[in-house]
Ligand binder design. Sequence first.
Ligand code: PLP
Length: 391
Amino acid sequence: MNQYMEKTEQALVHTYNRFPVVLERGEDVYLYDTEGKKYLDFAAGIAVCGLGYGNEELNQALKAQIDKLTHTSNLFYNTTCGKAAEALKGISEMDRVFFTNSGTEAIEGALKAARKYAYKKGTGRFEFIAMEHSFHGRSMGAVSVTGNEHYRTPFEPVIPGVKFAEFNNLDSVKALVSDKTCGVILEPLQGEGGIHMADPEFMKGIRRLCDEEGILMICDEIQCGMGRTGSMFAWQSYGTKPDIMAMAKAIGSGVPVGAFAMTEETARYSLEPGDHGTTYGGNPFACAAVAKTIEIFERENLVSHVKEVGAYLEEQLNALAEASGEILERRGTGLIQGIKIKRSVGEVINEALKEGLILISAGENVIRLVPPLIITEEHVDEMLHILRKIL
Ligand SMILES: *Cc1c(COP(=O)(O)O)cnc(C)c1O
């Protein structure tokens, strides 16, 4: 253990088992540690750094904003908030945006927005239907809708009125619907839970069910959104527009920012002045990151790039799965892929790290591949060369 690791371990609450690597800088899709060792990054800071590292245009925009103004509070307008919100509205097809500081807070806000909607309409609805194996964050509200007992149990009682359905089983959702159901919350592609994609019939069925029963559909696009699946947001490939959606991770390219957004119809009956707030959320610095990130995504046509390079990654992983008896299943789409392996995931990840490749896990024995969205086929080949050797 070197000085950096020691200081960290001695000062922080012990909530993480970290890899014995101290990262110092990044360039393109590579990270470098304090020893100067180079790593090909297939984790992107957990699906955050879509533009990779050291994007000159983004960095210049952030530096310029720092020199002007970083924070104002939401009691005032600022020069970047409207621009970022307008850009986010455009790509999300939503009508109203609320900026938060994280994904968890975006979920909290989305849940509150749904509860307020029911309250104002006077329906008496307050229950949420969430999915098994889902992940929505760690605050009391977000953990209440997270379908993983490991994350929830130590903090019980969590907020009441949450029921869990089986992902991709519409009947199991229908069975939980009552006249108290306020919202159905789901990730169109479960990330943390092990890279599980929603079936089109399931997504369409949820949308139909919500319409019929007067329930709000809430999509958590925090991990699978922002181009990662080969659509800007995952729901767009299903044609199932949610009433409320949560975003974060890649929308600020590493600057901590999230957002929840809703349709005008939802907003009409939802949060009003005084209902919800945040000191930092939507500050000029965070919004400069969002506005510039979206500008680059659109100009560079990054979503089509993800579609192309994601198809290549998928094809190569399928070939590897066929050639090696070590892979049980490949799941996912675009640049959010998972391979379920026979061997211990921890072992494989540690061996990859030694070989200069950063991988992370998801769910049970799944290696999760969520590289920066700017990777090329050459980077995929470089990753596979190492993975093939290990497996
Ligand atoms: C990461 C994640 C969250 C939580 O976001 P934070 O920024 O860590 O608070 C919520 N939902 C999903 C799907 C995520 O992947």
